[in-house]
Write a protein that binds this ligand. Sequence first.
Ligand code: ARG
Length: 458
Amino acid sequence: MAKMWAGRTDGSTDQLADDFNSSIHFDSRMYRQDIRGSMAHAAMLGAQGIIAPAEADALIDGLQGILDDLESGALAFDLSCEDIHMFVEQVLTERLGDVGKKLHTARSRNDQVALDLRMYLRDECATLTALLTELIGTVADQAEAHKAVILPGYTHLQRAQPITFGHHLMAYAMMLLRDVDRLQDTVRRMNQSPIGCCALAGTTYHTDRRMEAARLGFDGICLNSLDGVSDRDFCAELMSTLAILMMHLSRFSEEIILWSSWEFKFIELSDSFTTGSSIMPQKKNPDMAELVRGKTGRVYGDLMALLTTLKGLPLAYNKDMQEDKESVFDACDTVKMCVEVFTGMVRTMTVRADNMKRAAQTGFINATDLADYLVKKGLPFRSAYKVAGQLVARCIADGQVLDTLPLTVYKEYSDLFAEDVYQEIALETCVAKRISEGGTSVESVEAQVKYVREKLAV
Ligand code: ARG
């Protein structure tokens, strides 16, 4: 097919070169943004008297027709076109004749593609924010339902101190809340319009970039034309945000996988979010969590691919930049799927409070509270720590636990021990007394749930 840019050359490129060069098979997904951007451009050209107002109207109507036909399926993408921008302009020219050829006045594909991508990704950020809000709401619901369920908290994957399951879940809600915040921050910098930067140097026409930007919902314009067409920070920033989000989901996945094992049995995933084995009849595998953990590597890879593509590029546009889209689209698609599946998995999981409690009863996770008991009776902390450690060693030697160790034995180690020690080191007390802001007590979990809900209005 004849190239729109045929002129200096006759445009008769090798088929292999065409296939290699073409991006329409992945950039066609930006057709709405491309058409909307072109409508704003035509309106601006008309308003500025660069083309006649009637021509602007004709272009806008023509573009609307293309949009309608693409949406209804009456028009299909022509994969022999180089990219979505060329496709739309070609169809417009076929339909309108010479007027169609005026659309590309005072712009270039370099600012056009930057515009489309910013608009597309800003929409993706809105979708991602909504999906993430749903997930955080679901995590908060589970936290609230299990705000008093006790399990061991771990450090070094060794039982450390008793916590509530609600508290554990809310740790993830806080991380995900920061991810939402990062997304909003990303959009703030992304939402500056590059259109009007043209090929690289701006234009000699009296355009009104700010009018065009405002029409397209941007907060401002890129103030340096070279930067406007060369900048892909907004893609890298979004992918960094997504990489961090996936890191959070991956840690959460790892715990879900551990908790579902026979060794822990803290939760049971719903049949609808697990799979079986083709050979072992007893298996119920946490594939969804494993896939989220696995896809985290893929999203990191997308980020690294773009950063590497960009690092050696001289200003301004280089065709290498066409490689930006597949990585950023893949990252968005992957994360959207992961967040949605994760929400379903968390919503439908069953919490095994009995097994959590059983695990909390061994491992001496109330030893800190035993030391604190002595501190409150006047012993310096370091001495109290030592006594508690000796008592743990004694229990291990005797096959005992602190909760049922006779008072006479306690007294061998310190006169300060009295009958009230048992109440003081009961798991429920350990949790209930952790009232410091952000601690594991039920009230604290309730406050966290409230905070998150208010932040997200869920
Ligand atoms: N398909 C191209 C891309 O995605 C559009 C911009 C092409 N510009 C150019 N000067 N060849 O980057």
